[in-house]
Write a protein that binds this ligand. Structure first.
Ligand SMILES: Nc1ncnc2c1ncn2[C@@H]1O[C@H](COP(=O)(O)OP(=O)(O)OP(=O)(O)O)[C@@H](O)[C@H]1O
Ligand SMILES: Nc1nc2c(ncn2[C@@H]2O[C@H](COP(=O)(O)O)[C@@H](O)[C@H]2O)c(=O)[nH]1
Length: 399
């Protein structure tokens, strides 16, 4: 994905600024300095608006490059402002719906650094700003046959608008009722190994003789719909995720006994006797590891299915109310005019000359930098933006 940079002289940098309003250069661009590098964002026009392309100018070599860009980029808009916040660039879109105006271009986050090592190219990653912790992904792990899939299906059936399943890749053959792209992406080993080398996976593991893995795209496909991602992965995968920048909540499902696990695995009737034996052999170590201190945030025993399901809902903070509570109340509000960004004391001040909040008379918004958290791929969580009434100097409207 990396490649030849277009011809662009250093002089071109004079035409761009942290506020993407300049049209003389043929498009709205911003330039943000990060150490020896200058990240130029935006520029080209398409039918719908200005596209978010990224180029990097290296001051030490005097050369331009086009980085590998991970993640889904923001939809085109009529301009943007940019400001460096430690390891990511805040991109505030103009004339965009409020729930789509705050984006981040990750330039030096742990996720980007990992991907740089894997791919051997310059890497940047888009992540959308989302409020709160609500979308923290959930890792569900446990030995084969313990009931992970059964519990996840119940959750997805009861809360279809809240959760989305991360569809893994596997080299194992499909079972009778399994559908490609729904239960798994079934793939041959050489293609999957190639995809792993190309950095397409968040984690992979050799499980019961086959290769399994969570692609970055699988997680993004869920978060792009605004849903909370559920990963059904083995203990090795859970360890890799814990070491990654995903910041997931992790839950280990334990069987009430080894005998019960064996009974369930056989009763499912999806594996040959040899495969059942192999899975049971692996279960002992998985249960030991799963229960060891610190690896999982929660350990649930799946004895009675209904009880375990209620416990799962409890740890996920779900109550009796419908999952419509997840919706934000600010959808549809439009930021209509120009803005400038400044940073003071870990707070970004967003100055608007006017904006589309019907009842508000403010023109200063504050974004709390300290509340921002990781969450790649695809999301920067903990977005906390509130309006300051510049007349009374009271903070009030939370976006
Ligand atoms: N609490 C329970 N009591 C009795 N049977 C159960 C319970 N939970 C699940 N089962 C049954 O156990 C079998 C295995 O469950 P499931 O396929 O959900 O396991 P799994 O952990 O997802 O396995 P794998 O890791 O191999 O995909 C299924 O036939 C399911 O109906
Ligand atoms: N590390 C990963 N483990 C995964 C992934 N997808 C599934 N799994 C785990 O594999 C076993 C066996 O699954 P089965 O469908 O063949 O019964 C089970 O423990 C799953 O949790 C993955 O992407 N990464």
């Amino acid at each position: 994905m990396g490649g030849e940079a277009p011809e662009f002289s250093q002089d071109g940098l004079d035409e761009v600024s942290p506020i993407g309003l300049d049209s003389e250069s043929g498009g709205y661009q911003t330039a943000v300095v990060v150490g020896e590098k200058i990240f130029v964002v935006g520029g080209s026009e398409d039918g719908e608006g200005l596209c978010f392309s990224v180029r990097i100018f290296d001051k030490s070599t005097g050369k331009w490059s086009v980085p590998t860009v991970l993640g889904m980029k923001p939809a085109p808009c009529k301009g943007h402002s940019a400001l460096l916040l430690k390891d990511r660039i805040l991109i505030l879109k103009r004339d965009s719906l409020l729930d789509d105006c705050t984006w981040f271009l990750e330039v030096d986050t742990p996720f980007v650094r990992d991907q740089k090592k894997i791919l051997g190219t310059e890497v940047v990653a888009w992540s959308k700003g989302v409020k709160g912790d609500g979308l923290k992904p959930v890792v569900v792990s446990g030995p084969s046959g313990v009931g992970k899939g059964t519990l996840i299906s119940k959750l997805m059936n009861e809360f279809p608008n809240t959760f989305g399943f991360s569809v893994s890749h596997t080299t194992r053959a499909p079972r009778e009722k399994e559908k490609d792209g729904i239960h798994y992406h079934f793939i041959d080993r050489s293609t999957m190994e190639k995809d792993i080398r190309e950095g397409k996976f968040l984690e992979t593991a050799q499980v019961h003789g086959n290769l399994y893995g969570t692609s970055i795209e699988a997680v993004e496909a869920v978060t792009d719909f605004g849903k909370r991602c559920i990963l059904d992965i083995d203990v090795q995968g859970a360890k890799s995720v814990k070491a990654s920048s995903l910041e997931a909540m992790s839950i280990f499902i334990s069987p009430p006994s080894y005998e019960e696990l064996e009974k369930r695995l056989r009763a499912r009737g999806t594996e040959t006797e040899e495969q059942v034996q192999r899975r049971l052999r692996n279960a002992t170590a998985e249960i030991e590891e799963g229960k060891s201190l610190g690896l999982f945030d929660h350990i649930l025993i799946n004895d009675d299915l209904e009880t375990c399901y209620q416990n799962l809902k409890n740890v996920l903070g779900l109550n009796e109310s419908s999952d419509a509570s997840n919706q934000t109340s600010t959808k549809g509000v439009e930021i209509q005019t120009c803005h400038s960004l400044t940073e003071e004391d870990q707070k970004v001040l967003i100055h608007y000359s006017s904006y589309g909040l019907e009842k508000a008379s403010n023109n200063l918004f504050v974004l709390d930098v300290l509340s921002l958290k990781g969450g790649a791929p695809g999301r920067t969580r903990g977005l906390n933006v509130y309006a300051i009434d510049t007349f009374s100097n009271k903070s009030g409207i939370y976006l």
